[in-house]
Design a protein around this ligand. Structure first.
Ligand code: ADP
Ligand code: ADP
Length: 217
């Protein structure tokens, strides 16, 4: 079934209508770019799709995922821009943390986190602190942290925003590979058409209005 169904979503922040009209369906296996300029409402929509906020208007449901209160336990994950890792924790501890929060035993969580970091080519940095990582490495660790719970939906908000174009494309390789391996649906918010081209469909956002999906050329 559909992971998310959203109809005519609106989101107001005080007097600002950040999101004016967004309707969309997210299905298993989707690889979607949410393309629009800064301030167009992309983050606002991702937060609603992940159940972080309730919309000011419109309808949203998660037919295949249950109630909004059930989304958080590992079914929906976010990848944010750089610097989202917890500074006092090693790469391994950062990736294991979401499993600990789900009450997975510590030894199982560490093993699973280590395996995933290995699969993402991050063997060498497992014991390092975020400040010791390159920007590209840190973002790949953030991908591992998002995927470690085996979510059904991954919402990435400008995940390549702080990276040069080579590292940005590498991050997309890692993100797409990890979602293919786990079967997660993926939505990537970006202002960069070069990143949007890596996905199979494009949603365009302008001034808080979401245009219908187009299949990427
Ligand atoms: P994007 O992700 O495309 O850059 P956002 O969804 O972050 O766009 O922002 C859409 C609009 O909503 C912008 O005008 C932004 O300034 C405003 N906005 C976003 N978050 C808040 C907030 N918490 N309070 C007030 N205004 C906000
Ligand atoms: P495998 O080595 O076959 O991949 P898993 O890593 O899936 O095994 O699971 C190892 C243990 O951790 C199992 O007992 C499983 O029930 C538990 N576990 C795995 N993922 C979760 C999760 N998201 N929430 C709670 N328990 C989990």
């Amino acid at each position: 079934g559909d992971l998310v169904r959203a109809e005519h979503l609106q989101q107001a922040y005080g007097d600002t209508l950040a999101l004016r009209d967004a309707s969309c369906i997210v299905q298993p296996g989707d690889r979607t770019a949410l393309l629009g300029t800064s301030g167009s409402g992309k983050s606002t929509l991702l937060h609603l799709l992940g159940g972080l906020n309730a919309p000011s208007g419109g309808q949203i449901s998660w037919p295949a995922l249950g109630e909004v209160s059930q989304l958080r336990p590992g079914k929906v994950s976010f990848v944010f821009q750089a610097q989202s890792l917890l500074a006092p924790l090693t790469a391994l501890e950062n990736v294991a943390l979401p499993l600990l929060l789900l009450n997975v035993p510590a030894d199982v969580a560490q093993e699973r986190a280590g395996l995933l970091l290995e699969q993402l080519g991050l063997n060498a940095v497992i014991q390092q602190l975020p400040e010791e990582l390159s920007g590209g490495q840190a973002q790949r660790v953030a991908v591992a942290r998002a995927l470690v719970t085996r979510p059904q939906l991954v919402l990435a908000d400008e995940p390549t925003g702080q990276l040069d174009s080579v590292n940005a494309q590498h991050l997309m390789d890692v993100l797409l590979g990890a979602c293919d391996a786990s079967g997660a649906a993926l939505i990537v918010a970006t202002h960069d058409p070069q990143i949007a081209r890596r996905l199979t469909q494009v949603w365009r956002m302008a001034n808080g209005v979401l245009a219908p999906a187009e299949v990427a050329a």
